[in-house]
Design a binder for this molecule. Structure first.
Ligand code: UFG
Length: 336
């Protein structure tokens, strides 16, 4: 079964390519290299002992995409990662985000709907829930008004897919990720943030290695036990596995409706200070930090109810927070 992975050289994409190949799938990657490098292809090859098929294609370019599909008519499923993902940047450059994340999705859907019963896995985010009224968050929690253009592209993306499945035989699954962290155990692939990292774990590892002086913990006066925000940190290797089982579900026609939505998290919430402590105990490295003001747009707490993914996909997160932090640290040390 040939599976197309857009953005397959990115953080989650590269781990998913590895997981797909290790499950015996044939993979073809397209990526425009705007936020990734060809070097990742060689690094993937070190893990799976062969170079996956790769084309430099920009999903925003309909003609390029059409030419690609004309030469690859054997694709049965597509996992669509190619998108921009920085919340702050999306506020600064909304049109760039709508073009990258929405125009590109529309282009892709135009091609996928030409293929009989094609399966699409869409990268969505827990950001669609905003501050949920109830924790843990189930898939039935209402989608709240997005706090950023980035979040909005995930909501609109899901709506566009819903409407498309109503008028075509496209089969789709949206995976709403909680907080993906960590790296492959080999430390050949991992997260490569551009400039100063915005997300907690790359910020922690860059602080631990001395690139950044100290971590700022954004707010310690939230209504949580230790006053810091709570998130559901999921190891990227577990997240990659979820994509494999989701695309297999579509290809094997096991999906119950044409468009399904699953939360992908561990089901456990950890505060920022718990993550700091877990990093220190699992790596033995001291982490300098200070308490800083709250960051605007942060929700107090978000963690997944994973019952639906456990029962329907037969998937469950296997790695602990400590495993994920250790792998992120190994990756950081390997980069230095
Ligand atoms: N944090 C710090 N210091 C830092 C960075 C983060 O204290 O230097 C805190 C944040 O305030 C937050 C937690 O660590 O409480 C996690 O922050 P991240 O930036 O790592 O992740 P977010 O939960 O903000 O981001 C997630 C997803 C995004 C999504 C966003 C929506 O990764 O894709 O939720 O809120 F858009």
């Amino acid at each position: 079964m040939k599976i197309l992975v857009t953005g397959g050289l990115g953080f989650i994409g590269s781990h998913t390519v590895v997981a797909l190949v290790q499950q015996g799938h044939e993979v073809v990657i397209i990526d425009n290299l705007s936020n990734s490098s060809l070097d990742v292809l060689d690094r993937i090859a070190l893990i799976i002992n062969k170079k996956p098929e790769f084309y430099q294609v920009d999903v925003r370019d309909q003609q390029q995409l059409r030419d690609f599909f004309q030469n690859h008519q054997d694709i049965e499923g597509c996992i669509h990662f190619a998108a921009s993902k920085a919340v702050g940047e999306s506020v600064e450059q909304p049109l760039h985000y709508y073009q990258n994340n929405i125009s590109a999705l529309i282009n892709l859907l135009k091609e996928l709907t030409e293929i009989e019963r094609c399966g699409l896995i869409f990268s969505s985010s827990c950001t669609v829930y905003g501050q949920a009224d109830e924790l843990p968050i189930t898939e039935n929690a209402p989608v709240k008004k997005a706090e950023s253009p980035y979040g909005n592209t995930k909501q609109i993306g899901e709506e566009i897919i819903t409407d498309t499945t109503k008028v075509s035989d496209l089969q789709a699954i949206s995976l709403r990720y909680f907080n993906p962290i960590g790296a492959h155990e080999t430390a050949y692939i991992g997260e490569l943030p551009k400039g100063t990292p915005q997300n907690l774990v790359p910020y922690i590892t860059q602080t631990a290695i001395g690139i950044i002086e100290e971590l700022s913990v954004f707010g310690d006066d939230y209504p949580t036990d230790d006053g810091t925000c709570i998130r559901d940190y999921i190891h990227v290797v577990d997240l990659a596995e979820a994509h494999v089982v989701a695309v297999e579900r579509l290809i094997n026609q096991k999906n119950k409706t044409q468009f399904e939505v699953f939360n992908v998290g561990t089901g456990k919430g950890n505060s920022v200070l718990e993550v700091v402590k877990a990093f220190e105990t699992s790596t033995g490295v001291n982490l300098p930090y200070k308490i800083a003001p709250r960051r605007s747009g942060d929700v107090v707490a978000a963690y997944a109810d994973t019952t639906k993914a456990n029962q329907e996909l037969g998937w469950t997160a296997k790695h602990s927070l400590e495993d994920a932090l250790k792998s992120a640290w190994k990756w950081q040390k390997n980069l230095a």
